[in-house]
Ligand binder design. Sequence first.
Ligand SMILES: C[S@@+](CC[C@H](N)C(=O)[O-])C[C@H]1O[C@@H](n2cnc3c(N)ncnc32)[C@H](O)[C@@H]1O
Length: 354
Amino acid sequence: MSYRYLGNKSRISDWIVEIISNELSVGSSIVDPMCGTGAMSESLARHGYSVTASDILFFPTLHAKARLLPITDSHFQELGGTYEKTIRLLNSLEPEKGFFWREYSAEGKPINGSRPRKYFTGDNAAKIDVIRSKLIEWKSEGKDSLAIDRLTHDLLLSVNKVANISGTYGYYCANFGKSSLAPINLTCSPVITFEGEMKVFQSNLMDTANKVEADAFYLDPPYTKRQYGGNYHILETIARHDYPEPAGEGGLRDWKSTASDFCYKRKAKNAFLEAIKNINARYIFISYSDDGQVSKDDLLELLSNNGDVVLYERPLERYNSNSNGIKKSHVTEYLFQLKKREFGVVQDKRSMVA
Ligand SMILES: C[S@@+](CC[C@H](N)C(=O)[O-])C[C@H]1O[C@@H](n2cnc3c(N)ncnc32)[C@H](O)[C@@H]1O
């Protein structure tokens, strides 16, 4: 599943899993509470771990469900008959000029008076509208929810292929490129079955850190100030099957309720502190980089106060566009390994006094 997502770990998942597997035996349980595309969740499941995946946003949970939870044609019986036939049925629906066409297409007329937002061609937006309507109808009729989640995931992937954006959905490009002019087309995604126990839900890490028990947590927080809720607002709207009020020229849905403390320089260190204090697991692995809001030394100090720390580093190529075209540079990718001194006990002594 190729996917341009900020901080997607597909390129280095083998490296991360190899380090984790030096400490954690096959069959252990691990939580991926900032799962994004679900790339790490899938790699960990492939290695034989039981995986719990979650994210503060909703659409990543659909990716994680598609990558972790087994599904068969019987789930699609009341939809199109089989998975493949249901995908064909969705692709064959007649376009419908609805919310996406009005708010996010070159032919549309946003309700707040903004100029047409060129995220999609009119034809593609009208196809997104009709497919969304069908999925919403099936949901309201109580049809198989796992199948509807899988089809919504497939819609998200097909939308990514035709979106007229450069990387994220923060804004659209002025002109349509070749890929965004192609007609949108849904395809079946792979069906894989894993040995371990898999769980997926939406949550803020800060709310669930001390409620989920596991052998390890793998944290992959945002490194920079870019909020995922704003940068992927269109995917969130598709996943939620809702009709938010798009704001401003970019048409963003309200993203403040899902804003991450890890994106603010003044809050990120405390967010790490809170997470580390509350997580109830022997091991915590953390991906971070020299681009991060918290320095390597600060993170090392913070983690060392809680147990034994090992730091792994590797260079990773990154591509920056600049006025001369593409400039290649490197970022140093970190993997911190913390073996917690205390866990499985009440860590916050204040709660014992009450
Ligand atoms: C660097 S990305 C994770 C990428 C992922 N490992 C992958 O390979 O695709 C960071 C993720 O953290 C999520 N996030 C940010 N703050 C969060 C929080 N407080 N609780 C849960 N998820 C959070 C974001 O929505 C985003 O999906």
